[in-house]
Design a protein around this ligand. Structure first.
Ligand SMILES: [Zn+2]
Length: 232
């Protein structure tokens, strides 16, 4: 638990991502990112240990379209099919998930296929498209959406205004590091611009897609990332 109503689930070893859970006043849960599919079962077990009911997952926010952040959607939607959560993503990510083309969701360059993760890719319908300036309220958390391309085309960051928490997906990481820019769909220039924007925010806590969260003074670490990427 990072703070009241905010939980962190660290990534597994191989091609996975951190997942974050926000709880609202009605015990409804909002999940930020979904991991690689293999990590969904451990997540569900851990939720139960914390007295969080997985059936109360009512919202899913996706930071970007990479497989280590989205594959968990398939087992999760299967599990919650009687009462499916609302899914929020950038239009690029939403199109990809709605189309459900396995070759695009699990590109061959990663040297894995959906079966590696026990996943059956199917089209996911009714995704709510979000983009720059949209705002989402999850209990006491007020999230503002920032479009931050560069690591991928569909990358968005969530900035929580009341507690100054940043969820940047893979755009920026702790300790002055930053997202890869050598995949298809990446742009080093866009990544520089995106990190520059995130560096301007007054961020206390940094909850990235990989590496353990930074719980205070995160703004300094993002400033280091900005400095480092500008050397590239
Ligand atoms: Zn990524």
């Amino acid at each position: 638990m990072l703070m009241e109503n905010l939980y962190y689930f660290s990534e597994l070893q191989m091609l996975d991502c951190n997942m974050y859970v926000l709880k609202d006043e009605n015990e409804k849960l909002c999940l930020i990112d979904l991991g690689n599919g293999l990590s969904m079962k451990p997540l569900i077990n851990t939720l139960e240990q914390y007295d969080l009911n997985p059936k109360n997952i009512s919202k899913i926010l996706i930071t970007h379209e990479h497989l280590d952040h989205i594959m968990g959607i398939y087992p999760l939607m299967e599990m919650l099919k009687d009462n499916p959560p609302e899914i929020f993503a950038h239009p690029y990510t939403a199109d990809l998930l709605e189309e459900g083309d396995e070759n695009k969701i699990v590109p061959q360059m990663f040297g894995v296929d959906a079966k590696t993760f026990g996943i059956n890719v199917v089209p996911i319908k009714n995704i709510t498209r979000i983009n720059e300036n949209d705002e989402l309220k999850i209990g006491s958390f007020d999230l503002s959406v920032i479009y931050t391309p560069g690591h991928s085309k569909g990358s968005i960051s969530f900035y929580e205004l009341n507690n100054k928490i940043l969820f940047p997906g893979d755009v920026v990481f702790p300790q002055g590091s930053f997202g890869r820019y050598d995949f298809p769909g990446c742009s080093l220039n866009d990544l520089k611009k995106s990190i520059s924007r995130l560096a301007d925010l007054d961020t206390i806590m940094l909850c990235s897609g990989h590496m353990p969260p930074v719980e205070k003074d995160a703004k300094n670490q993002i400033a280091r990332s900005k400095k480092n990427i500008n050397w590239m």
